[in-house]
Design a protein around this ligand. Structure first.
Ligand code: NAI
Length: 247
């Protein structure tokens, strides 16, 4: 029997990459998984690949950076499923540039998708989780939250995720809700595939594991944080980076 049987889980940015693997893992754990993404064509293909029956994986188009879209999407989720037990805020983008050349558009688009989105989705689920006295929220941060050249926008957004996570953990812990973060290091996905070879080589050199990570290795940590195996873990950030040395 899977540890998430009868649980309703929402995963954002799940058309591909880490989000897709998280959805797959929560499905294997027994949850009904609602997957959200802006790229609906890809999301539908992912949903069919994960669950040909269409009973357990439900794709919904949603731009998590748009508060109205998030509100409409979660209304539809509550209408169909009545509750949300698990929320994984995974959607994220990069728009890298040295700070002195960074445009306001690059700054705001990254903050909107990576951080403000979590304000919208958490506001959509926390009142209902408080009422049902149960909830598991996992927010995807990054080892770049420590600061990373060319990523002032991304680093700021991912550091903001940690402050939001710890605050929500403190505010809602008494209602049997846990809010935790994960900080992946270099993971093999579309987000990292076009990085210059010297950047990838440097990242690998700084990783004691000596390699980039696989999205499934991130998903297994989310599986722990969304299950009752982590019932006394709250407000934490687990680094999933092969020991990446923050410099
Ligand atoms: P990815 O680029 O492969 O996938 C991101 C997904 O998010 C895509 O399906 C995309 O369509 C979706 N998305 C983008 N903007 C969206 C929006 N406004 N609304 C809804 N969906 C949206 O990226 P990857 O690597 O799978 O990253 C997933 C998360 O992990 C991100 O938050 C990223 O910042 C984080 N991360 C990734 C690392 C890596 O090395 N790949 C390292 C550290 C953190």
């Amino acid at each position: 029997m899977g540890k998430l049987v009868d649980k309703i889980a929402v995963v954002t940015g799940a058309a591909q990459g880490i989000g897709e693997k998280i959805a797959e893992r929560l499905l294997d754990d027994g949850a009904i998984v609602i997957i959200l993404d802006v790229n609906f064509e890809k999301l539908e293909r992912t949903a069919s690949a994960l669950d040909a029956s269409g009973d357990k994986v439900h794709p919904m188009k949603c731009n998590v950076a748009d508060p109205e879209d998030v509100a409409t999407t979660f209304s539809a989720i509550y209408e169909k499923f009545s509750q949300v037990d698990i929320l994984v805020n995974n959607a994220g983008i990069t728009r890298d540039s040295f700070f002195h050349k960074m445009t306001a558009e690059q700054w705001h688009s990254v903050l909107d998708v990576n951080l403000s989105s979590m304000f919208y989705t958490c506001q959509a689920v926390i009142p209902q989780m408080r009422a049902q006295q149960y909830g598991k929220i996992v927010n995807v941060s990054s080892s770049s939250s420590w600061g990373n050249m060319g990523q002032a926008n991304y680093s700021a957004s991912k550091a903001g995720v940690l402050g939001l996570t710890r605050t929500l953990a403190k505010e809602n812990g008494s209602k049997q809700i846990t809010v935790n973060a994960i900080a992946p290091g270099q993971i093999n996905t579309d987000m990292t595939k076009d990085l210059p070879e010297d950047v990838k080589r440097m990242a690998t050199l700084l990783t004691p594991a000596g390699r980039m990570g696989d999205p499934a290795e991130v998903a297994s940590v989310v599986s722990f944080l969304t299950s009752d195996d982590s019932s006394f873990v709250n407000g934490e950030c687990i680094s999933v980076s092969g020991g990446f040395l923050m410099v």
